[in-house]
Design a binder for this molecule. Structure first.
Ligand code: DAH
Length: 339
């Protein structure tokens, strides 16, 4: 009997529990009315008188050990739940919030806006779903004009008058219809063309259109503005204007900047010439002014248009235009430090 009680003392001291239920089961087993201890105390009368003293002492030891064990386990459980709890440790510093990064298209667009807003240009926007008038006709591209073919257009099937704008030049027309000169505005936005997707071309891309209308605006003003822009945007101050054709400007030009031939990439992107085309521009055609109810006898102006993807590809050496639209975080995270 004595040995049995001593064994139980060993069991009690070795016992461990991590849940309330386990502790309660232990308490019931040893300390409840029908528990082991009460049973043992009931045995008292059957113990030989000479052994009763020792038996009593050992029983008391078992009882105290069981009681201590229950208290100790309950305390431990309470401490643990205070620390972890459902809220965790409220005194600990917060997990750092993962900061996202701006998309390279947004970074470049913001930079362009910043450069032009410093010389008084406002930002204007127009709809992506456009009508024929604003995208083509008012821009001196009447129906059947061959230049319409240059811009593979997505039309709305049920209404050939409605289309996805092929360029942000449509915003020029809308802006002139609603504002009186002097006008200085740039219009960034998304444009759509029915083109095969490749490393160089996509059916959705972004442009920034610029428009300046006032009295006595000359080609020299245009050239000076372009020079300022390329200096601020790329840190390069050598440009050249190549005669070109756009229906909405006369004369028209394409703008090249001298990128240089310092690295192998420079050779590659400039095809060994050092020169790189970055935008189209020209003096607003008098017909376009007329179409927007601005008198070409009083006012003149210049316009320009550039592709944002192309500039971002240049600035960040991005080899494939499709990377802009894949939303691969390994690509996007690389722009974290750029703002
Ligand atoms: N709209 C032309 C395009 O999408 C770009 C452009 C060229 C805009 C010359 C202009 C301009 O305003 O003057 O290719």
């Amino acid at each position: 009997m004595l040995d049995k009680v001593k064994e139980l003392i060993g069991d009690v001291s070795a016992f461990n529990a991590t849940t309330k239920d386990e502790i309660e089961a232990f308490r019931i087993k040893f300390l409840s009315k029908k528990g082991i201890l009460n049973d043992l105390f009931a045995e008292f009368k059957n113990v030989a008188p000479a052994e009763r003293k020792e038996f009593g002492q050992v029983l008391n030891t078992l009882k105290n050990a069981a009681q201590d064990k229950v208290n100790q386990l309950k305390d431990a459980l309470e401490n643990a739940s205070e620390q972890k709890g459902i809220y965790g440790d409220l005194t600990r510093p917060e997990e750092p919030i993962e900061l996202g990064s701006r998309h390279p298209i947004s970074i470049v667009r913001n930079k362009i806006i910043d450069v032009f807003s410093r010389i008084g240009f406002t930002v204007s926007e127009g709809p992506e779903i456009e009508d024929d008038w604003h995208n083509f006709t008012a821009l001196n591209l009447p129906e059947y004009h061959p230049a319409r073919d240059m811009q593979d257009t997505f039309f709305i099937e049920t209404n050939p008058d409605i289309l996805l704008r092929t360029h942000t030049s449509s915003v020029q027309v809308r802006y002139m219809e609603n504002h009186k000169p002097p006008i200085r505005t740039i219009s960034p936005g998304r444009v759509f063309r029915n083109e095969d997707i490749s490393a160089r071309a996509h059916c959705i891309f972004h442009q920034v259109e610029g428009l300046y209308i006032d009295t006595d605006v000359s080609f020299a003003d245009l050239k000076q503005t372009l020079l300022y822009f390329t200096k601020e945007m790329f840190g390069k101050s050598k440009i050249r204007l190549r005669p070109s054709y756009f229906p909405f400007t006369e004369p028209s030009a394409e703008v090249d900047i001298y990128w240089g031939l310092e690295t192998e990439t420079d050779y590659k992107i400039t095809k060994g010439t050092g020169w790189l085309e970055i935008m189209g521009c020209g003096m607003v055609d008098p017909n376009v002014l007329k179409n927007a109810n601005i008198d070409p006898e009083i006012y003149s102006g210049y316009a320009f248009g550039m592709g944002i993807e192309r500039i971002a590809m240049l600035l960040y050496q991005i080899p494939d235009i499709r990377m802009f639209y894949e939303n691969d975080v390994r690509f996007l995270e690389q722009f974290k430090s750029v703002i």
